[in-house]
Design a protein around this ligand. Sequence first.
Ligand SMILES: [Mg+2]
Length: 303
Amino acid sequence: MKILVAEDDPISRMKLETMLRKWGYETVVCQDGTSAWELIQREECPQLLILDWMMPGLDGVELCRRVRSLSREPYVYVLLLTARDDKDDIVRGMEAGADDYITKPYHPHELEVRVRAGRRIAELNLELLAARNALKQQATHDALTGLLNRRAILEYLDKELARGLRRQENLCVGLMDIDHFKLINDTHGHQVGDEVLCELASRLSQALRPYDRVGRYGGEEFLVVISDCDCALIRKHYDRLRLALSEKPFATAAGPVAVTASIGVGIVQRDRFVDTYGLIRLADQALYRAKEQGRNRVELEMT
Ligand SMILES: [Mg+2]
């Protein structure tokens, strides 16, 4: 783990650096509070800081205050080095946001265990953040395809509808359904069906522009949201997605499988209002027509 040390006294700075290295830490060393503050504001700032209280320019307590005002994630642990052992001073340091302090002159072993305690807190915080991110990923993404799940894509659509209304932009949602998916499952088994879903997810993700979104709506149904789209280009956009699937067969464990999909597109024009389910209903009507008219095609329905 990397530690940022800010200490103006050259001898105690060198001692500190030597000890920390001996204990296996990487160090970034600053000679005053101002240069420490510059480093702290950077993205790659160490998670553990050892700050001398008395320094020219910005002192340790002021640095603490500033670190806390950044409300950084992951958490930054601050150990204050102080020659002051007046209780009021210590309280002031802790109130400014220090996690711990050590009074100079200190015993090296005491410093070692206090730094270790700080490292533990920093590592626990990292684990917590990783767990939180994993949970968030699980809550918003489909486990099989890795696409947004139904709830997440509907939430996204809600937000885009509100945004489109505010900005007077068109919004379209494509409801895509794999043609004869049941037949693929019945002929080749569900494992191949799953492979087809995954390959489709990857082809769609590659074909979409970075600001469009796709999510798994149901078993073999997907929602593709395209914001602020020129009405004349809507069909072309969705046709491109359709072609990304049909242009070459999907490689599966059972060999190549030809996959096509039908897409019904609901379009809400810039001056109209429709809610999420109203828009999906439009897309559903268009999808029904696409199926009726022979599948592997795009149909549109406007407000
Ligand atoms: Mg000093």
